[in-house]
Design a protein around this ligand. Structure first.
Ligand code: HMG
Length: 388
């Protein structure tokens, strides 16, 4: 039947760092009006990692509840999207695989194209399940957004991971086969191999994002995608949540259709507090939207992923009947609420230490209360273990 061929997302789980910085502290230190961050950028807080956290520990923490709920029998692929990789060769996924206790009969790989990697991983997962609908694919998007301090980009840092389970007859969202894509070589944001922080041209990055959005939309329509009137909600990649408003206005102008900006608000609730989580950001927006009490059963949602450099993709999907029984709204909110606040000096010290950390052997003391931790480097190899 048509129903049986639907493929999409059955579970969404969010994890973030041990610490949080209230951006009012940063505004005060910079002599900036706090409303510039809260209203102008649409950001309240940003997650800050403890020294014994990284993209591996975040990814494993996000995926653990998914594996606990669904078991591992049908998972044959683990795709980890990140642009904060910790090794030039070994996939972040292989450590995540071990921490989760996944069977050896699981293919594991890391995907990268700036913030777009999560959407690329989802598309690959959909293809794998289309070939063999008995299989499930575990997709994890995990990142730490890091810029130099005392730059315009500093308030748009953050960290987070979202794990999703992709399978046939999905519980949350059935993804439409059609999507729109747009690739163009742009130097708007990148991170050279020897840099701990990204290099960014802020103005160019915003315009490159908007160009990729209209390009992906036009391709979506050319491929037979749904008219804009069929789409009830829009989730955008949110480097800062105000970017979603800019994107929505651009799409309204481009299509000539009046789009309701108020409906964006539920998609921004987690990202206002996480900050930018690069590959995870769009999926945190989708998670926040579904976790909102409004019933979206049967509604079509658009998901726009943008990764600097640059690749954009416009994906649509339909919310499934009974989806609310499969949400994790309380756990997702708790991961944000339980973060330990840091003052500006502590955040800046953590930022400096993370930037200076080398790959030579060292031990890292316990700080995080997350389920997994980075224990240090031995024999030039990274060590991970169960946390508190
Ligand atoms: P900025 O210098 O803070 O920009 O840099 P601004 O001075 O134009 O201010 C921002 C907004 O605050 C403006 O609103 C101001 O009017 C407003 P807008 O004109 O944009 O609507 N404002 C105020 N509002 C209320 N009360 C006030 C007030 N004062 C000013 N008192 C910038 C902003 C985004 C450029 C900077 O933060 C940056 O460089 N961030 C990093 C790059 C970035 O996030 N780019 C986004 C697009 S690229 C992308 O999404 C990909 C990415 O995620 C990476 C990847 O793909 O891997 C970054």
């Amino acid at each position: 039947t048509h129903e049986a061929t639907m493929i999409g997302i059955s579970d969404l789980s969010l994890a973030t760092g041990h610490h949080v910085l209230d951006l009012a502290h940063l505004a005060q230190a910079n002599g900036t009006d706090p409303a510039k961050y809260r209203v102008g950028l649409g950001q309240d807080e940003m997650s800050v990692l403890a020294p014994d956290e990284d993209v591996v520990t975040l990814a494993a923490a996000a995926a653990l509840p998914v594996v606990q709920r669904h078991g591992t029998d049908r998972i044959r692929t683990l795709l980890v999207a990140t642009e904060s990789g910790v090794d030039q060769s070994k996939s972040v996924g292989v450590w995540v695989h071990r921490l989760l206790g996944l069977p050896s009969s699981v293919r594991t790989v890391e995907l990268k194209q700036a913030c777009y990697g999560g959407a690329a991983a989802l598309q690959a997962a959909l293809g794998i399940v289309a070939r063999d609908p008995r299989q499930q694919v575990l997709v994890v998007a995990t990142d730490v957004a890091r810029y130099d301090v005392e730059t315009a980009a500093e308030p748009t840092q953050g960290a987070g991971a979202v794990a999703m389970l992709v399978e046939a007859d999905p519980a949350l969202v059935a993804i439409d086969p059609v999507s729109g894509v747009h690739t163009s070589d742009v130097d708007d944001f990148w991170r050279p191999n020897d840099h701990a922080s990204a290099v960014v041209d802020g103005r160019l990055s915003v315009s490159a994002y908007l160009d990729a959005l209209t390009g992906a939309w036009d391709d979506y329509r050319a491929q037979g995608g749904h008219p804009i009137e069929d789409i009830a909600r829009f989730c955008y990649h949110q480097p800062f949540t105000r970017m979603a408003t800019k994107a929505h206005r651009k799409l309204a102008q481009h299509t000539g259709v009046d789009l309701d900006e108020v409906l964006l608000e539920p998609t921004t609730r987690y990202n206002r507090r996480l900050g930018n989580s690069y590959t995870a950001s769009l999926w945190a927006a989708l998670t926040a939207l579904l976790d909102d009490p409004t019933d979206l059963t049967g509604e079509r949602i658009a998901l726009f992923s943008y990764g600097s450099g640059a690749v954009g993709e416009l994906i649509t999907g339909v919310v499934r009947d009974g989806y609310r029984a499969h949400l994790r709204a309380d756990d997702n909110a708790r991961s944000l609420d339980e973060r330990k606040p840091v003052d500006l000096a502590t955040y800046r010290a953590l930022h400096a230490a993370a930037g200076a950390r080398g790959s030579e052997d060292h031990d890292v003391p316990v700080s995080t209360s997350a389920p997994f931790r980075f224990a240090g480097v031995r024999g030039l190899a990274r060590r991970y273990e169960g946390g508190a």
